[in-house]
Design a protein around this ligand. Sequence first.
Ligand SMILES: [Zn+2]
Length: 193
Amino acid sequence: MNEDQLTEMIIKCPACSVEGKAKSIMKELEIPHFGKVLETTIQCPSCGFKHSDIIALEQNDPAKYVLEINKNTLTVRVVRSQSATVSIPEIGIKVEPGPKSEGYVTNVEGILNRFEDAVKKALKLFEDDESQKNAKNTLNQIQELKKGNGTATLIIQDPFGQSNIVSDSVKILEIPEEELRELKTGFSHIEDG
Ligand SMILES: [Zn+2]
C-alpha cells in the first residue's frame, strides 16, 4: 500500500486573507515501519505564502530518537514534525520548533542540507570575525558528514512523538520529565555553537 492520496482545496489565505486563490494540498504518505502521515502544503500565489507540515495519523508517546550519522546512515528516512527539536551536539547545532517551523519527510542527508542552508544564512547575517570563524567551522563539519567522513549524533526530540528516524540502528528513548518541560514547542530560534 504505497498509493499516495492527494487532496487539493482552495482556501482563504492564512497570511493575506485573499479568497479563492490559496491552495491547500494534502497528501497521505505511508512511511514503512512508522505508519501513515499527512503532508499538508499551503501555497498562496497572491502573497507568496508557503507552509508545509506533517501530521502523524497514529498517536505516539513523547520520544527521543538518536542515530549515529555516518556514511551508511545518510539515506535513512527521517520524519520531522513541526513540534520536534533537531540537534547534532558534536557540531553545536540545534533547531527548535517555532511558529514558522515546518514538518517534513526527508533523510539524514536532507537534514544536513537544511542545517547547511541555515549556517550559510548565518554567515551572511553575522559579519564579525568570531561568528564567521564559527560558522565556517560548522559548515565544514556538515560538509564532511555529507561526504561520509566522520561521525556525529543526530537527535530528534518530539514531545508529541510525531517524528521518527526509520532505521534498525536508531535508539528510541523516553524523554525525562524535566527535559520534557524544557522542550520548546512554539517559539523559534536557531542556535549555532
Ligand atoms: Zn496570501
